[in-house]
Design a protein around this ligand. Sequence first.
Ligand SMILES: [Zn+2]
Ligand SMILES: [Zn+2]
Length: 102
Amino acid sequence: MLEQRPNCEACDRDLPPDSADARICSYECTFCAGCVESLLQNVCPNCGGGFQPRPIRPKVARRPGVSLADQPAGTTRRHLKHDRDEIARFAAAARDIPPAER
Ligand SMILES: [Zn+2]
Ligand SMILES: [Zn+2]
């Protein structure tokens, strides 16, 4: 189950669970669409994978026990552990390789 993290690791903007701008990698590293396109160039700086839009968990429990109220979004904010120059070099080395071939 996705943790649904609350912020972009790069710019720290809020990414609430219903945000259409949240992007995640397979490890759920979470960034905003703007940072994925510009700074990261679709290369996760933590794992090297690509990104997809984060699915939105339903607010209404249309099946019992399955909703945002039952499994609330995470509240632990995360921040990048790498500096921006290093991230740019990391992205440049992988951005031209499709995620399925990385
Ligand atoms: Zn961002
Ligand atoms: Zn990642």
